[in-house]
Design a protein around this ligand. Structure first.
Ligand code: CTP
Ligand code: MG
Length: 236
């Protein structure tokens, strides 16, 4: 089965507040986009990567990804994203070649998710799960509150997971979920749940943390340093 990876990089990064869109923020030797595309290209059986970039940043995204594409011998298509994350998913997925029957959807903001995580997600989809998300156990106790701040429930912590990307889908399932349940989802798997299909959670990876605020960048710098010896087109 051929795998296509969508790398979503079209957001502005308003909570990060950098001078450039978040995916173009540099950490060590590369932009966040560069790290994310490197991992995507190192996924087993990957046939194509599509990057959704902000309008006005398409050339920058091509400059960033073309050398990586050439080094891996795998096409990377850069396309304009949409107003919301879900719009970017739909804008990108249509560029995947027909042969890609498994689609991994990945946030460029989770730049340090390792190729091994992409492989595990894809393997679970290949093993007949229509939707697969990586998730980590919850450390804090979570409360559900009403508008007045009064606690209405305390979910059993052992049953909770914090989910990450890449999330993996059968292509037909991803398309149906987005077409039937709108574009306002920050979580593609949530749309699949609304179709009534099972979503499998597999173990996540601490390196798949999302860069959202300036504090997260400090952790990203540490992850980049840990990667430093094998960063480069030959990294796997
Ligand atoms: N994204 C996208 N298209 C959008 C919005 C978001 O491709 N219209 C991407 C972002 O580039 C990011 C991922 O979706 O890699 C997760 O979104 P988030 O972390 O919220 O990034 P931003 O929307 O850029 O950040 P913020 O919400 O702080 O503005
Ligand atoms: Mg956002």
């Amino acid at each position: 089965m051929a795998i296509g990876v969508l790398v979503l990089a079209a957001g502005s990064g308003s909570r990060l507040g950098a001078a450039v869109p978040k995916a173009f923020v540099r950490v060590g030797d590369s932009s966040l986009l560069g790290y994310a595309v490197r991992s995507a290209l190192a996924t087993r059986e990957v046939a194509c990567v599509v990057v959704a970039a902000p309008a006005g940043w398409l050339d920058a995204a091509i400059d960033e990804t073309e050398p990586l594409s050439r080094a891996h011998g795998i096409p990377v298509q850069v396309v304009p994203g949409g107003a919301e994350r879900g719009d970017s998913v739909l804008a990108a997925v249509r560029w995947l070649p027909q042969e890609c029957d498994i689609v991994l959807v990945h946030d460029a903001a989770r730049a340090f998710a390792p190729p091994e995580l992409f492989d595990r997600v894809a393997a679970a989809v290949t093993a007949a799960h229509p939707a697969v998300v990586p998730g980590e156990p919850v450390i804090d106790t979570i409360k559900v509150v009403d508008e007045a701040g009064i606690v209405v429930a305390t979910p059993e912590r052992s049953a909770l997971r914090v989910v990450q990307t890449p999330q993996g889908f059968r292509r037909d399932v991803l398309l149906r979920a987005h077409h039937e349940h709108g574009s306002l989802a920050s979580d593609d798997a949530g749309l699949v749940e609304r179709l009534g299909l099972p979503v499998l959670v597999i173990p996540g990876d601490g390196r798949a943390l999302k860069v959202t605020t300036p504090d997260d960048l400090d952790r990203a710098h540490r992850l980049a340093q840990a990667l430093a010896p094998d960063v480069g087109p030959e990294r796997r």
